[in-house]
Structure formats: structure tokens, C-alpha cells
Design a protein around this ligand. Structure first.
Ligand code: F6P
Length: 323
């Protein structure tokens, strides 16, 4: 193996830069050249890539986002697009590709692997919904933004005896909402994986009001079956039952754009090194993740494109702590 390429794909996640840096520097230490592909799969199809040296990845470990750019490419879903991508890699003499991204991106890793191109994936998404890892790059940073926001909302909520409906990211996954809800002391957490009706939410808020609470927080993942706006509308209409007056706050991409936490920098660095180590061992078609604090390699055929559910113990913890 002489040359590899690295790309970031899907939603950017704080800590992706640490992973890129670790890939480039580990590869360089082993005598490999690394190409950085621009804008994910789109750049692969359009043959937009440049060689990256050790110095090119200096000063990025503390930066959120991704220095390579990212995208969600429709063309890559077509076999023709993937063939063009492989053609470009082969023409440049690139022997293997490292793909840093979440569920959709690792479905792409699996598709390339099945077409015979050597790929190693790195688990990276704020959603933490991949199999093959305890935690993905970016989740810790996103949760911390949401918790900081919740803490601040509680301060103002308490002053006015208000309830807040807070929407976090996660159109398919409730991990960020659930963890932020537990860490922020929310009264109710609503996530795509578990249906909670507007009636139940109003009831929980009403009970919190009766218990004499001066604030109440409903944390709602973007993809919850009843969205934040719908819940807010319902609770406003049933204000007499709810007790609290209500406000709605949508956190959105603020959660992705932050400086990575130390934990995400460390995770990105460890997984980036782990990906190149796998390549040097001649192992491809794997996703690099962290399990019980060990770097592990899972077959993409087992984990690619499969969504991890939420832990029911965490759901019941959120519920029992809210009373
Ligand atoms: O997959 C990561 C994620 O941030 C989700 O939590 C969110 O639902 C989605 O991306 C938003 O995607 P986009 O940045 O394309 O709007």
C-alpha cells in the first residue's frame, strides 16, 4: 500500500478534523501518502482531491466542522456514481479510502466495499446511532451544547415560572435529546424511538406544576413522532391543565458548529489512528469504533447502514429522574 484517501461525509461533526489529522499523520509516519477528498462523495465523483502533508493538518484539532467539507450526495446512491468514484481513485493509484461519517456515509462504505474497493469507515455523527461503537465522533460536543442551552433556559424559566419546549437535532435518532434531557434534568424527553402523545406531555407538565416546580423542560428530538411545534401548540391550547406558560426554542445546527470537546478530539484522534492501523494490517471492509474503551474493527457487512436503537435503561432513567 502506497497511497490512501480520506473524506468526510454527511452532517459535519465536531472532532472530524481530529480524525483527518490523525489519519494523515499516522499514514505519513508509515510512509503512506494521503489525499484529502473535498466535499465527501461528491468530490470523489468529481475527482476533487489533493495531497495532504503533516503540516496541512496543523492547527485543526480545535476546530469544529471539517476542513475537507462534507455533503450528502444523491449521485453516490447510483451505481454509476460509485463506478465513477472508483475510477478516479484507481486512476490516481489510490489503494484504499477512509470514510469518516455516520449511518448514510457508512452505507456508502459498504457499497464501495461490495464493489471491490478497499474501504475503512470511521464512526462519526452527532446522532450516535451506529452499530459497532459505543460512541461516535461529535455526539459529546452536541450533547454539551444542548445541556448548556437547557441550563440557561432553566434560569429564565424559573424567574417567570415557565415551561420550555426545546428541540434538539436528530431526525432519526433520539440519542442527543435523551442524554441532554437526563443531564439537563428535563421533565419530559420525546424521541423518534418512543411515542409520547401531546396529552401525556401536557399531563407531565401539569403534574410538575402541581408539585410546585418553578420551571419545566420538554426536550424534543427533531424527528420525534410529535414534533416540538405540535407539542407546544397543544400545551398552549391546554394551558389551564399545564399550569406553566410556555416558550419554544429550536437549537438546530448550533449543536454541530461548536469547538469539539476534549472527549471528541481524543475520540477522533484514536479512531483516525485506528483506521490507518487497520489498513496497515491489511484489513479493509471494516468500521472503526470504540467499545469498552478499546478501538475495535467491525465488518461493514454487519454494521453498515444499520441503526442502533436507544438503550431502554436510559429511557427509564430519564423518566424516573424527572419526578
Ligand atoms: O445526522 C446528523 C444530523 O445533524 C441530524 O441530527 C439532523 O437531523 C441532520 O443531520 C440535519 O441535516 P442537515 O444538516 O442536512 O440539515
Amino acid at each position: 500500500m502506497r497511497q490512501i484517501a480520506v473524506l468526510t461525509s454527511g452532517g459535519d461533526a465536531p472532532g472530524m478534523n481530529a480524525a483527518i489529522r490523525a489519519v494523515v499523520r499516522t499514514a505519513s509516519a508509515a510512509g503512506l501518502l494521503t489525499y484529502g477528498v473535498q466535499d465527501g462523495y461528491a468530490g470523489l465523483i468529481d475527482d476533487r482531491m489533493d495531497l495532504l502533508g503533516r503540516r496541512d493538518v496543523g492547527g485543526i484539532i480545535q476546530r469544529g466542522g471539517t476542513m475537507l467539507g462534507s455533503a450528502r450526495s444523491q449521485a453516490f446512491y447510483e451505481e454509476e456514481g460509485r463506478r465513477a468514484a472508483i475510477g478516479n481513485l484507481e486512476r490516481r493509484g489510490i489503494d484504499a479510502l477512509v470514510i469518516i461519517g455516520g449511518n448514510g456515509s457508512q452505507t456508502g462504505s459498504l457499497a464501495l466495499t461490495e464493489m471491490g474497493f478497499p474501504v475503512v469507515g470511521i464512526a462519526s455523527t452527532i446522532d450516535n446511532d451506529l452499530l459497532g461503537t459505543d460512541i461516535t465522533i461529535g455526539a459529546d460536543s452536541a450533547i454539551n451544547v444542548a445541556v448548556e442551552a437547557i441550563d440557561r433556559l432553566k434560569v429564565t424559566a424559573e424567574s417567570h415560572r415557565r415551561g420550555f419546549v426545546v428541540e434538539t437535532m436528530g431526525r432519526d435518532s433520539g440519542y442527543v435529546a435523551l442524554m441532554a434531557g437526563i443531564a439537563g434534568g428535563a421533565e419530559v424527553v420525546c424521541i423518534p424511538e418512543q411515542e409520547i402523545s401531546p396529552e401525556q406531555v401536557a399531563r407531565e407538565l401539569g403534574l410538575a406544576f402541581e408539585r410546585g416546580k418553578r420551571h419545566a423542560l420538554v426536550v424534543v428530538a427533531e424527528g420525534a413522532q410529535h414534533g416540538a411545534q405540535e407539542l407546544w401548540d397543544y400545551c398552549e391550547e391546554h394551558q389551564a391543565e399545564v399550569g406553566f406558560t410556555l416558550r419554544l426554542t429550536v437549537l438546530g445546527h448550533v449543536q454541530r458548529g461548536r469547538t469539539p470537546t476534549a472527549s471528541d478530539r481524543l475520540l477522533g484522534t484514536r479512531l483516525g489512528q485506528g483506521a490507518v492501523d487497520a489498513l496497515l494490517d491489511g484489513q479493509t471492509g471494516v468500521l472503526i469504533g470504540l467499545y469498552s474503551d478499546e478501538i475495535i474493527r467491525s465488518a461493514l457487512s454487519d454494521v453498515g447502514g444499520k441503526k442502533r436503537g436507544v438503550d431502554p435503561a436510559l429511557l427509564s432513567l430519564a423518566q424516573s429522574m424527572s419526578r
